[in-house]
Ligand binder design. Structure first.
Ligand code: GLU
Length: 322
């Protein structure tokens, strides 16, 4: 049987970029340093629930910062946009993800994709759900991925033991009244959320859920409210790729989020979710092979949201109907 064109494209991108050995594995969380630099997987999940995957797409890794848009969406649903925006802004920071800096004037974290913003969101979720927050979060992430997810205890412990900078951020947030005094449980929730184990396929389905107006296209479960999905995707487009977000929006032009363990996921609205995993990172903290593969894939398929003829959506529509 002839290979589907999407399978052909990802197989060829995988072969091409496997040769790229640039970058370094993140080691500031000691347990992450144990990742295998050879791993490289790519997955796509379409709006009609089809999965295309290649390479190490089943390899598990911790979700890290890719959790951030998904917890932000949960907080928006619980508290509403107005209340959440009193605690966290929506501006790109131009600073590193772990910067100990807040927006002047408001003292809010710049956005929910930097650690300060994500810790604030975890604190809000802890305020609402208390000790059940992790369970609720795991259930929501699992619904988005379409299978039951769990926490990698070794990474969680490694991160909790060494997360002094995140503790400092949390104390600064407390000083400005952005989080309440339950700092330790909020941080614990944040460390655990970052340590949730996923593979490329999970991330592709989670993104496909966002692309499909909040409904998981594989299981048909409604996971996120549409109004929140719009906000999640907007933040991913402007702030999702660390200090590369501007260039990403310019070159790739679709909402995305990356994490220090080497995952990248992106959303083609109404069409598909895609994900790459390879642990070697560039100087900005994005997966080297992941960035290469995403740039080529989006160019090849014309997926940029502002492509001159919007060929992305229409081309995909045609090939998905094949
Ligand atoms: N858990 C990591 C930290 O807080 C997440 C960083 C990331 O993936 O950007 O340092």
């Amino acid at each position: 049987m002839q290979k589907h064109i999407l399978q052909e494209i990802i197989d060829s991108l995988h072969a091409q970029y496997l040769k790229n050995n640039d970058g370094e594995i993140a080691t500031y969380i000691p347990e992450l340093g144990k990742a295998n630099p050879a791993h490289f997987g790519i997955s796509l999940a379409t709006k009609d629930g089809r999965i295309f995957e290649t390479g190490d797409s089943d390899q598990l890794f911790t979700i890290q910062s890719i959790s951030k848009p998904f917890t932000y969406g949960m907080a928006l649903e619980v508290f509403g946009q107005e209340k959440v925006s009193q605690h966290v802004g929506v501006e790109p920071s131009g600073d590193a993800f772990n910067s100990i800096e807040l927006e002047s004037g408001t003292n809010r974290p710049f956005n929910p994709m930097v650690n300060a913003g994500a810790i604030t969101v975890s604190s809000l979720l802890y305020q609402h759900y208390g000790d059940e927050a992790l369970e609720v979060m795991l259930k929501r992430f699992s619904d988005a991925a379409g299978r039951e997810l769990s926490v990698d205890e070794a990474v969680y412990e490694s991160e909790a033991r060494t997360g002094h900078r995140n503790r400092a951020i949390a104390h600064l947030l407390l000083n400005f009244g952005m989080v309440d005094e339950n700092i330790e449980p909020a941080l614990d929730l944040y460390f655990k959320q970052c340590s949730i184990l996923v593979n490329c396929k999970d991330l592709a389905v989670m993104s496909a859920t966002l692309s499909n107006l909040g409904k998981n296209p594989v299981t048909s479960k409604e996971v996120y409210e549409i109004t929140c999905v719009r906000n999640m995707l907007s933040i991913m487009l402007t702030c999702g790729m660390y200090d590369y977000s501007g260039q990403w929006a310019y070159k790739v032009g679709i909402p995305a989020k990356s994490g220090v363990s080497g995952g990248v996921t992106a959303v083609v609205n109404r069409q598909l979710g895609l994900a790459c995993y390879s642990p070697k990172l560039d100087s900005r903290g994005n997966s080297c092979r992941g960035i290469d593969a995403c740039i080529s894939l989006t160019n090849e398929l014309g997926l940029h949201a502002f492509d001159c003829m919007n060929i992305g959506s229409s081309y995909l529509k045609v090939i998905l109907e094949e």
